[in-house]
Ligand binder design. Structure first.
Ligand SMILES: Cc1cc2nc3c(=O)[nH]c(=O)nc-3n(C[C@H](O)[C@H](O)[C@H](O)COP(=O)(O)O)c2cc1C
Length: 180
């Protein structure tokens, strides 16, 4: 099973990116967590939607190939991070996003506004939020990077439980599609 993971932070030492890197390292052999790059997307402009944009085409192909999408994104001024909202706006009109199962990772439990706003956007885009896969990690001010997360048993447990639940729900959803 291939899963696409996107971080909403462009910081080099981002907690959100570190959480996705740790999740990718923890994934069992039969799950590949591919970390995508949204940092090079131009600012969303509907006028540009017909022109080929290489970074957007790569993102769309990675999403099309993935059985599910994992998002870890920070809160800025009570809102969704600009890079993440920009990436989602580029994906709104494509056929890759609708009905894609989505796992959310929140690296700052106090950041509830952005999570709620993100859920609203993702649902509006016809993504399927998998509640049982939601992971909340208290990483803010922890100073932890990927390896620091991997060295923490409780954090690893949260991530692997979320990933297990995500995989199970994806399998249930795909069985339901086959029997419908
Ligand atoms: C300009 C700015 C605004 C922020 N606004 C909020 C906020 O409204 N609520 C919050 O919980 N954290 C806020 N934060 C903290 C970030 O969400 C936090 O630093 C987060 O770890 C950034 O994600 P990253 O580590 O993946 O880069 C803000 C940080 C910055 C730089």
């Amino acid at each position: 099973m291939k899963l696409l993971a996107l971080s909403g932070s462009l910081r080099k030492v981002s907690y959100n990116t570190a959480a996705l890197e740790a999740l990718s390292a923890l994934a069992p052999d039969d799950i590949e967590v591919v970390i995508g790059d949204i940092s090079q997307l131009p600012l969303f402009n509907p006028d540009l939607e017909e022109a080929p944009i290489a970074v957007l085409e790569s993102l769309k192909s990675a999403l099309a190939e993935a059985s599910g999408l994992i998002i870890a994104s920070p809160e800025y001024a009570h809102g969704i991070s600009g890079p993440m909202k920009n990436a989602l706006d580029w994906l709104v009109s494509g056929e890759e996003f609708p009905y894609k199962p989505i796992m959310l990772i929140n690296t700052s439990p106090r950041a509830s506004h952005a999570q709620e706003a993100l859920k609203e956007v993702l649902t509006t885009m016809s993504g399927i939020l998998v509640d049982s896969a939601y992971v909340s990690l208290p990483l803010l001010s922890s100073g932890l990077d990927r390896d620091g997360i991997l060295a923490d048993t409780a954090l690893c447990k949260s991530l692997t439980t979320g990933l297990d639940n995500f995989r199970n729900e994806i399998e249930v959803l795909s069985r339901n599609v086959l029997t419908d």
